[in-house]
Write a protein that binds this ligand. Structure first.
Ligand code: C5P
Length: 227
């Protein structure tokens, strides 16, 4: 069996990572959450005072990029690899609405993208990988055997993300989550470096009315055709 590369791109909160994890598990592939890496850099920037509500020291953050080491470690209890920043597990810290509200600004910085794309290409160099993000099929793995582009209405996505955050115990409103989803869509799609866009050869999946099982079956079928 061939070890292919599956690139899953799309807007915020389209459920990419949930289905990507399941597909990777089923095929015995590695799953890489590239968004977690941008979130890790954002969390570092917040921790070190480079970013807060009224200021963003881009130069300071860029000068500190060498001090940032991101790694993934498989946690068998949850069934996927969790993200670590300089040796500390930050899987939960990076999922807050606060990190979400800054991450797209951090992801606009070319030096940040260069560092993370290099690591992503390294992580997937042997194939047998499912990676989700915004530029995986266009920039990170332009030759990926299977490229998917996930969409759903902003309201559907905000509802899903809102439920997730409430489940985690965050105090958020649906309106704030919807605003964040829309703002990230805009910033991610309009940035200069590697904007979110559907690769020409990507298959678009609108999952607004699809169950997780339907998405899984659909993607697995597409993957099997290329195996
Ligand atoms: O996938 P997730 O929503 O966790 O990604 C968080 C943010 O990281 C995105 O809104 C985007 O700004 C950035 N990102 C990116 N390129 C990727 C993955 C994520 O710019 N490949």
């Amino acid at each position: 069996m061939k070890n292919i590369t599956i690139a899953i791109d799309g807007f915020s909160s389209t459920g990419k990572s949930t289905v990507a994890k399941q597909i990777a598990k089923h095929l015995g592939y590695v799953y890489v959450d590239s968004g977690a890496m941008y979130r890790a850099v954002t969390f570092y920037a917040m921790q070190h005072g480079f970013i807060n509500n009224n200021h963003f020291d881009v130069e300071g953050l860029v000068a500190s990029l060498k001090a940032i080491t991101i790694s993934f470690k498989f946690n068998k209890d949850v069934g996927f690899a969790e993200v670590y920043l300089n040796g500390t597990n930050i899987e939960n810290d990076i999922r807050t609405l606060e990190v979400s509200s800054f991450v797209s600004k951090v992801a606009e910085i070319s030096e940040v993208r260069q560092k993370l794309v290099e690591q992503q290409q390294q992580l997937g160099k042997n194939g047998g990988v499912v990676m989700d993000g915004r530029d995986i099929g266009t920039v990170v793995f332009p030759d990926a055997e299977l490229k998917l582009f996930m969409t759903a209405s902003a309201e559907t996505r905000a509802e899903r993300r809102y439920a997730e955050l409430i489940e985690r115990g965050e105090t958020v409103t649906y309106e704030a989550v919807l605003k964040n989803v829309q703002e990230r869509d805009y910033t991610d799609s309009n940035r200069e470096d590697s904007p979110l866009t559907k690769a020409k050869d990507a298959i678009q999946i609108d999952n607004s009315n699809m169950s997780l099982q339907e998405q899984f079956n659909n993607i697995l079928q597409l993957a099997k055709r290329t195996l």
